[in-house]
Design a protein. Structure first.
Length: 145
């Protein structure tokens, strides 16, 4: 029987300033049986070493993602990303660029909030939904409005 929530601990600084290393989180393991991930969701998934990884969904199945001329576009709309600071945004934009990519069915494109030190979909590619454990449940003090 699958548990509706699991405990997960943040490791590393890739999700700062939203989440910090050592923080304990609950992960809702049932949510994606009913809805698909959307841009902005913070998810937990397993990597090839079966470690839990925490990242933010930048794009989901069918979305078009592109990084050109120091601008990130999702579905042809400029993406600001209010949860990252300007310093990290500039590092992210200066060091990375790619042509339009369509997120395949059953996959998501994830990024860390701390773009300058995150190993995410820019390096490892799309994340299969079969590897997604669930959506992180943030306490009210952590919500970005």
């Amino acid at each position: 029987m699958q548990r509706p929530f699991i405990h997960c601990v943040v490791e590393g600084s890739s999700m700062e300033p939203t989440l910090f290393s050592g923080e304990s989180l609950l992960v809702n393991t049932f949510i994606y049986k009913f809805v698909r991930p959307v841009k902005g969701d913070i998810i937990a998934f397993q990597n090839s070493e079966k470690q839990y990884i925490i990242k933010r969904v930048a794009a989901s199945s069918g979305d078009i993602i592109e990084l050109q001329h120091n601008n990130l576009y999702i579905n042809n709309e400029y993406e600001i990303g209010g949860y990252i600071n300007d310093k990290n945004k500039q590092i992210f934009l200066q060091k990375n660029r790619f042509s339009p990519l369509i997120v395949p069915n059953g996959k998501v494109f994830v990024l860390g909030d701390n773009r300058s030190c995150s190993i995410d979909s820019r390096k490892v590619g799309f994340i299969s939904m079969s590897n997604v454990i669930g959506r992180v449940v943030l306490p009210p003090s952590k919500h970005v409005y």
